[in-house]
Ligand binder design. Structure first.
Ligand code: SAH
Ligand code: SF4
Ligand code: F3S
Length: 457
């Protein structure tokens, strides 16, 4: 179906706010792609917008609170626009919409549309409907949304996301994702390869393959075989002009030998986010993670054998029900053994409807906070150490955005470190070598090497 905007009408303003994981970031891009042919142009502010979409995350409690407080702030803007004779369609999308759709409709009567991560491809129909009535669409349709999303991507720039897998069948006992995103689904390899080619033609130097459980990918290949992630990456690697490949988020259980060996490819960046959650076998079992600490440490070792310069990041949950001081120490020990380049850590948050929400052995909030602080102190120290070790090195940096200060540009090292340099805007969307001068906790600074050289000529 082709939607042609009415000629002679003003472009409509679209404001999308995104929380949560990169899948949500990807979905927001695709919503904008769907709405573009209807005349909607993205805007940085919600003021006077014709449509506002809050693309939400349900992973921890505070996320939902933030959505409701945002809705409260947006309401007067909508009323103002309507008093002036206009209309602001207000939509809640994403995982909170999926989990709490009916509750949102009830609690926020000024919300026009509620839809989940698997139904936003029907936005054009929903918009038509929403001009007359309020719309809720939180189905899990039999046909994948990927079959009806537009082939055309808006400019994603030099660093692009490509969603290859969605949903999750792992059912970790703390996690809402299997309920909000639905069952695991892998896109056919041909569809992915085609999208990768388009992204490269559109200027992508780096592609990050996305999925809630991206290394569980098992998509139908053009040869009639089922391809795993390793096979897919080796095929994407053949795109000339593509310089960097990443994938996220992985599950330790799905790190198969083929994927580990694929890490020898130079284009596959030497940085892997591999969430472990805990270092205690008892807690890992109670989380239903389907792996123990030894398997995790073994994977790290095997990856280092294939790619000696590889660095790791991870996710941790502290204060899971039943976590004793000894269990927590096992987590600290695992962190010391691996030595992470960075990591995220969270206090356990009970999510309604998940098995862990009914578990006994609640950890007192004060103890959980205290453990979180200890874990974060250790991780921060490792992060600072990792970044400090970049000092003096020459690193290829993919510059993808202007820096915060005038004359500054910002990019990423192969290890996903943010790098800031003083440099000309013409280097944006290119990869240039940078001599690293300083390593801080969250970033590196340095000088572009080629400029120094040309200054000498
Ligand atoms: N698919 C990924 C992670 C998805 S959620 C994986 O398998 O690891 C991102 C992170 O949020 C998780 O890794 C976990 O550390 C954290 N998280 C998920 N549910 C949580 C909860 N109920 N409380 C605290 N942190 C949680
Ligand atoms: Fe959630 Fe576990 Fe699935 Fe990750 S693997 S999305 S933590 S259920
Ligand atoms: Fe959040 Fe949904 Fe992603 S709950 S982390 S936006 S899958």
């Amino acid at each position: 179906m082709v939607y042609v905007p009415m000629s002679g009408t003003e472009p409509k303003k679209l404001f999308i706010k995104t929380w949560g994981c990169q899948m949500n970031v990807y979905d927001s891009h695709r919503m904008a792609d769907i709405l573009r042919p209807l005349g909607y142009a993205p805007s940085d502010t919600p003021e006077d917008a014709d449509m506002v979409i809050l693309n939400t995350c349900h992973i921890r409690e505070k996320a939902t609170d933030k959505v409701f407080s945002d809705l409260g702030r947006l309401r007067p803007l909508k009323e103002k626009k309507e008093k002036a004779g206009g209309k602001m369609l207000m939509a809640v999308a994403g995982c909170v919409a999926q989990a709490e759709g009916a509750f949102i409709m009830e609690r926020a009567p000024y919300v026009d549309m509620v839809f989940g991560p698997q139904t936003y491809q029907t936005l054009p129909e929903m918009i038509v409907k929403a001009t007359g009535e309020r719309v809720i669409n939180t189905d899990f349709p039999a046909e994948s949304k990927f079959d009806s999303l537009p082939a055309e991507h808006g400019a994603q720039g030099s660093s692009a996301f490509l969603s290859i897998q969605e949903g999750c069948d792992k059912f970790c006992t703390f996690c809402v994702v299997p309920y909000t995103r639905g069952a695991e689904y892998s896109r056919p390899a041909v569809q992915i390869l085609d999208e990768a080619r388009r992204l490269v033609e559109g200027g992508a130097l780096e592609i990050t393959l996305l999925g809630q459980n991206v290394n569980a990918f098992h998509g139908a290949g053009p040869d009639g075989q089922i391809w795993g992630l390793g096979r897919l990456i080796r095929e994407i690697d053949k795109n000339e002009g593509l310089e960097r490949i990443r994938y996220t988020t992985s599950h330790p259980r799905d790190m198969d030998e083929d994927l580990i060996q694929t890490h020898a490819l130079p284009k596959l960046m030497p940085f892997l986010h591999l969430p472990v959650q805990s270092g205690s076998d008892k807690i890992l079992a109670s989380m239903n993670r389907k792996h123990g600490r030894d398997l995790y440490l073994d994977i790290i070792e095997r990856l280092r054998a294939v790619r000696p310069d590889i660095a790791f990041s991870s996710d941790f949950i502290v204060g899971f029900p039943g976590e004793t001081e000894e269990d927590f120490e096992a987590t600290m020990d695992l962190v010391r053994r691996v030595g992470f380049a960075s990591a995220y850590s969270f206090k356990y948050s009970a999510r309604p409807g998940t098995p862990a929400a009914n578990m006994k052995g609640l950890v007192h909030d004060k103890i959980a906070s205290e453990r979180l602080a200890r874990l974060q102190a250790l991780i921060h120290a490792q992060q600072i150490d990792f970044n400090a070790r970049s000092r003096g090195l020459s690193l290829p940096v993919l510059f993808d955005r202007p820096g915060k200060r005038p004359g500054q540009i910002q990019g990423r090292s192969p290890w996903n470190q943010s790098v800031y340099v003083q440099g000309p805007a013409r280097l944006l969307h290119t990869i240039a070598d940078v001599r690293i001068a300083e390593g801080f906790e969250n970033s590196l600074t340095g000088d572009i090497e080629i400029l120094e050289m040309s200054a000498g000529f």
